[in-house]
Ligand binder design. Structure first.
Ligand code: UD1
Ligand code: MG
Length: 498
């Protein structure tokens, strides 16, 4: 009896639209739905992520999958999304510069592929580890970072419901160059995948491509991986070659065509890296905008993954928000701002400034042209104005450093006013020293505060002072030569010259 007997099959027209697969799947045509006899336990899901290839076309010292988009490595995106899709165990196949990949992505199971003999060979390296496993294996690549967790989840659900031997995620590409082409029978059945290098001219015309992401019945996958041969233009073991073998033995395979072909972009060179970055960036901006953030020009706004922005904050062009920065509500950020690993309270206005590893309290005014270096903590209602550099400095509430200052390794109290041109001389050539400025002190313009130094609460430093000794509470300190006016001096000089 043929294994196809008693098998229920539905054939769905290519143009059929489905809207019931949860958000994100609206308008996705599913080419084929079929039911196979094989069932596994399906209580656990496993992913195999392929990342052993060299990625020669990147022309880089860094392994391809470690190149970053929106602040996270490509393989990092993939691992994060397979996890979010409910995968319990992720096997990462590493090879070329595997040690580096391992260091960067430690929290997965690493499987080594010593020689890169093709995608089928790569998956086969997990055979021993997964020998006992019965269930669904999601196979995807470390260089296709744009697949969403939703898509992974939907294809896993689809495979689970249909109980086919394999499901291939396909996409329609305007320019399919470089991808494996999906070959379907007259009735619309996926029969095999032909690689670009093996395709004949009419196959090259096909726009439906193999995205390289699949779900497999685990036991069938390893049974049939044993049977593929490197009999092709690249002399490689092609993973897609298991599909016709499965079909030949009467197992069912399905093609799951995603509507957002962009998700499947594989990054092979730096042009594609920039394209992937742009798509991811657009997604991130869109999510913030839908959550109530105004982004004046999303095209010139660079927000990395996992940054938070509060409601009614306005982001102006050419702003970079990086490394999990958190911005409160009702802020105005930019134009030309860079915030890296930084926290802003509510109502902060920050313009043309760089803030690194720092925190800024509510209602502060930062910039234009301020530079807050790592370790700066600015309390609420402060002003850190133009050409002010802070480094490893705490400024308490309601203080003002309005212009042209360098304040490093300092602790500034609340209600302090630091005049234009003040600097902390915090470095003696060998060591850094601390400056403490008490509450409600006034530092006159163009003062040099030579650390280590304590200026107590309410002290007053005369403008132009070089302060080398501690200043007690509410004292006035001068640290400059007294001015001498010489009456008639200019006239005398003129006479002696003649
Ligand atoms: C592969 C598919 C092609 C599909 C395309 C989608 C095969 C034979 N072809 O082609 O149908 O359209 O992806 O992007 O599968 N890798 C290993 N070990 C190896 C070889 C590759 O780990 O021995 C990894 C690579 O690091 C990469 C991924 O597998 O992450 C894909 O390999 P790549 O050489 O880019 O395959 P494509 O030619 O793009
Ligand atoms: Mg590729």
């Amino acid at each position: 009896m043929s294994p196809n007997n008693n098998r229920r099959q539905h054939w769905i027209n290519e143009n059929t639209k489905f809207g019931a697969h949860g958000h994100g799947i609206e308008g996705v045509p599913i080419f084929r739905v079929a039911v196979s006899k094989r069932r596994g336990d399906f209580t656990m899901n496993v992913a195999i992520v392929l990342a052993a290839g060299q990625g020669q076309r990147m022309r880089s010292k860094t392994p391809k999958v470690l190149h970053k988009i929106t602040g996270l490595s490509m393989v990092g995106h993939v691992i994060r999304n397979v996890r979010a899709a409910g995968i319990d165990q992720t096997y990462l196949v590493i090879g070329h510069q595997g040690e580096l990949v391992k260091q960067e992505v430690p929290d997965v199971i690493h499987v080594e592929q010593a020689e890169q003999l093709g995608t089928g060979h790569a998956v086969n390296q997990c055979r021993v580890a997964l020998a006992e496993f019965e269930g669904i294996i999601l196979v995807t690549y470390g260089d296709t970072p744009l697949f969403t967790a939703d898509t992974f989840q939907q294809v896993l659900e689809y495979q689970r419901e249909q109980m086919v031997a394999a499901t291939v995620i396909t996409a329609i590409m305007a320019d399919p160059t470089g991808y494996g082409r999906i070959i379907r029978s007259e009735s619309g059945r996926v029969t095999r995948i032909v690689e670009q290098k093996d395709a004949n001219p009419s196959q090259l015309e096909i726009q439906e491509i193999n995205t390289g992401t699949y779900c497999f019945d685990s036991q069938l996958l390893f049974t049939y991986l044993d049977k593929i041969t490197p009999d092709n233009a690249q002399a490689e073991y092609y993973l897609p070659d298991v599909l016709p073998l499965l079909l030949g033995d009467g197992h069912e395979i399905a093609g799951y065509c995603i509507s957002e072909a962009q998700e499947s972009i594989g990054v092979n060179d730096r042009v594609q890296l920039a394209e992937a970055e742009q798509i991811m960036r657009k997604r991130i901006c869109r999510n913030h905008m839908l959550a109530g953030v105004t982004i004046i020009d999303p095209q010139s706004t660079y927000i990395e993954l996992d940054c938070q922005i509060g409601q009614d904050t306005v982001i102006h062009p050419n702003t970079h928000i990086q490394q999990g920065s958190v911005i409160g509500a009702d802020c105005t950020v930019g134009p030309n701002a860079r915030l890296t690993h930084t926290q802003l309270g509510n109502g902060v206005n920050i313009e043309q400034s760089v803030v690194l590893d720092s925190t800024v309290g509510d209602n502060c005014q930062i910039g234009p042209f301020a530079y807050l270096r790592p370790g700066s903590k600015v309390g609420a209602d402060c002003k850190i104005g133009d050409f002010v550099e802070l480094k490893n400095t705490t400024v308490d509430t309601c203080s003002k450093i309005p212009h042209h200052c360098y304040i490093g390794d300092a602790q500034v109290g609340s209600g302090v006013n630091i005049g234009c041109g003040t600097i902390t001389c915090n470095y003696d050539g060998e060591q850094k020293h601390k400056t403490v400025i008490g509450n409600n002190s006034f530092i006159g313009s163009n003062s040099s505060l030579v650390a280590p130094l304590r200026i107590e609460d309410g002290a007053y430093i005369a403008a132009g002072s070089t302060i080398t000794k501690d200043v007690p509470k509410e004292n006035l300190a001068f640290g400059r030569a007294r001015q001498v006016n010489k009456e008639g001096w200019q006239k005398r000089r003129a006479n002696s010259d003649s």
